[in-house]
Design a binder for this molecule. Structure first.
Ligand code: COA
Length: 185
């Protein structure tokens, strides 16, 4: 289980099935089309972090946000599917902490890029992603509840195999070029 201490007695850890009721509550408060219990349950085996903070009065911990990520293309590409913070705890760096933890996990897994889709009108989310260096790669228009919505496909490149290739010694390329010619001839 991934556990990471953050400031103010907060802990980020992998979600378990026991967390799902609270996750569903935050999801309902955060999205017009909330996910079902089954959706969250199915994604438990992927990257699914919750952040919890100590509630000193009752000496318990309470989940205040979560992030759900799936790894695709032989785990080379990650996709942020869902991130939400309880409305009472927004604007305190909780989403930033969740994304930072996910990025640390991606670097251990050799993930090359991270993608996500975000409603262009969701300025706080767009700004959050831009803060981490995500760039708009595509713009799409969807019909949601009979209204047109503009969505951004945003991408963050973590590791560029092309750049690594160009850092290799020159001799290596002679061999590769020669070998390629032999194959195509
Ligand atoms: C988007 C969301 C996850 C941000 O969570 P948060 O914990 O409040 O965000 P943070 O405090 O970590 O802020 C990180 C950065 O995001 C941006 N941001 C967050 N809230 C913002 C706001 N209301 N206005 C503008 N920028 C905002 C800022 O760049 C901020 O960095 P800064 O504080 O250094 O300026 C939260 O508002 C939320 O749960 N929204 C509903 C669900 C949702 O829209 N999820 C995203 C779907 S793609």
């Amino acid at each position: 289980m991934n556990v990471m201490a953050t400031e103010h007695s907060m802990v980020i850890r992998s979600a378990t099935e026991k967390d799902l009721n609270r996750v569903l509550e935050i999801d309902r408060l955060s999205f017009p089309a909330p996910w079902t219990h089954l959706c969250f349950k199915l994604i438990l085996k992927d990257i699914f972090f919750v952040i919890e903070q100590k509630v000193f009065v009752i000496e318990q911990k309470e989940i205040i946000g979560f992030i759900v990520v799936c790894l695709c293309n032989l785990r080379l590409r990650a996709e942020i599917l869902r991130i939400a913070v309880h409305p009472d705890h927004r604007g305190k760096g909780i989403a930033k902490a969740l994304i930072e933890t996910s990025l640390q996990t991606f670097s251990k897994e050799n993930v090359e890029s991270v993608e996500l889709e975000v409603n262009a009108a969701n300025r706080s989310a767009v700004k959050l992603y831009e803060k981490f260096g995500f760039k708009i790669k595509r713009i799409a228009t969807f019909m949601v509840d009979q209204d047109f919505h503009i969505f951004y496909l945003m991408k963050l490149k973590l590791y560029d195999p092309e750049k690594v290739k160009y850092q290799l010694p020159k001799e290596y390329y002679h061999v590769v070029d020669y070998y390629d010619l032999q194959i195509t001839a």
